[in-house]
Ligand binder design. Structure first.
Ligand code: NAD
Length: 419
């Protein structure tokens, strides 16, 4: 494919799909990887992550050829558009990419570019691991009890973008349809109304839950929890739960329900079984705090997943730490959980750990587990030695307050020491 708005590096090779059905990738030792630095603090954390990932690749005998692609402000500056087709096409062609945060205006203005990217690339699972790194200050007494991976459905729910603004002809049409044809007369208050639709499909739910169970099996995790608000939203969130249990029962011999755990195994989980359970979302948010170590892999819908992973992220040290990645079939777009924090943009101040650890997820997906582990170990070594950025520095005694770029350099030094 040829591009006008993307420069393909001369060095490096393409990551290709070895098996379309299983999504297995063929990853060369010198892959070309597209990167979007992103808006706001993306200009600080993007280059910092690149530096660290380069060092981890080099330390394990490989190299990465980065290909800058553009979205958000950088794309507006260069090409006068928010999300050039070339950016989407390049990520499709090269299969694995990493991005920093992109700003979304609230209310008016363009729709979320993050959501657009996830939809256009059919990245249906947003995966957010939350685990505690030694030395990271936390607001809870036992942050080490948190070791959870959230699988958040990425393409449906109220995030699908099917909504109509108050005062438009469209919203009045939808209101009339709901009231007159569907029988919800007088259910919606009179006066201006905004309406959004919440689609939850069997297809979308099942493929997400499948990813979560597969992950639990591959990583020896004891349970998968389906999180929903099905007591209230019976045909969407309860349906997600039911489809989730259906996948577990029909497609996996290894899974048992909580009832089966007690009835057949007296509460003692056999090592080769994964317990599939469900929790109501509001209860789940308190259980995260009170029974943290009872949760391993979470499968949930788009909105619940967004709230939950930010809350869980706070328990292990905040948004500067929390990594994420979006997965589709044979495709990965890694990105931190945090946003573009415009107040701190360009100050070489914020914490690049979330972006760096998102890169670690990308390396693992590429099959470079050794490089990924090196990244994690070096980040942990750096933070526990007291070398931290301002956000962690203000929460610990002593320590060395470093700029974003200095912190990345310290991690690189530790990669060199540890390898
Ligand atoms: P935010 O995550 O950008 O910032 C909230 C606060 O968290 C910041 O003020 C800062 O105190 C802290 N923080 C965030 N990242 C940090 C880091 N790396 N190091 C240290 N502290 C950090 O959330 P927001 O202010 O709600 O959103 C700002 C913009 O980002 C919005 O336009 C929003 O839509 C967008 N956003 C984008 C993504 C994404 O690209 N995936 C995700 C969330 C928000």
């Amino acid at each position: 494919m040829s591009y006008d708005k993307v420069e393909v590096p001369e060095e490096g090779q393409k990551i290709t799909v070895a098996d379309e059905e299983t999504g297995e990738l063929d990853v060369p030792e010198n892959p070309i990887i597209p990167i979007i630095h992103g808006d706001g603090i993306g200009t600080d954390v993007g280059p910092a992550a690149q530096k660290v990932l380069d060092a981890a690749a080099e330390a394990t005998g490989r190299s990465i050829s980065w290909m800058r692609v553009y979205a958000g402000e950088s794309a507006r500056e260069k090409y006068d558009e928010n999300l050039p087709d070339d950016t989407v096409d390049a990520i499709k062609e090269f299969n694995i990419a990493i991005k920093g945060p992109l700003t979304t205006p609230v209310g008016s203005g363009f729709r979320s570019l993050n959501v657009a990217l996830r939809k256009k690339l059919d990245l249906y699972a947003n995966v957010r691991p939350t685990y505690h790194l030694d030395g990271v200050p936390s607001p809870v007494k036992h942050p080490e009890k948190m070791d959870m991976v959230t699988f958040r459905e990425n393409t449906e729910d109220v995030y699908a973008g099917i909504e109509w603004e108050a005062g438009t002809d469209e919203v009045e049409k939808v209101k009339a349809f709901v009231e007159d044809e569907m029988g919800y007369d007088s259910t919606i208050h009179d006066g201006p109304v905004g309406i959004g639709i919440k689609p939850i499909t069997e297809f979308g739910s099942k493929r997400l839950v499948r990813e979560a169970i597969d992950y639990a099996i591959e990583n020896d995790r004891p349970s998968v929890t389906l999180v929903h608000k099905g007591n209230i939203m019976k045909f969407t969130e309860a349906a997600f739960r039911d489809w989730g249990y259906e996948v577990a029962e029909e497609e996996y011999d290894q899974t048992i329900t909580e009832d089966e755990l007690w009835e057949e195994y007296d509460g003692e989980r056999p090592e080769d079984k994964i317990v599939v359970k469900d929790r109501i979302a509001d209860n789940m948010l308190q259980q995260l705090l009170t029974r943290t170590d009872q949760y391993d892999v979470i499968a949930t819908m788009n909105l619940n997943g967004d709230y939950m992973s930010d809350a869980a992220g706070a328990q292990i040290g905040g948004l500067g730490i929390a990594p994420g990645a979006n997965f589709g079939t044979a495709r990965c777009l890694a990105e931190p959980v945090h946003g573009s924090a415009p107040k701190y943009a360009g100050q070489d101040k914020v914490n690049p750990t979330a972006m760096i650890l998102s890169g670690r997820l990308m390396l693992e997906y590429m099959g470079w587990a050794d490089a990924g582990q090196l990244v994690r170990d070096a980040v942990e070594e750096t933070i526990s030695s007291g070398d931290v950025t301002y956000d962690l520095h203000r929460q610990i005694e002593g320590g060395n307050k470093l700029a974003t770029s200095e912190f990345a350099d310290a991690i690189v030094e530790n990669i060199e020491k540890l390898s």
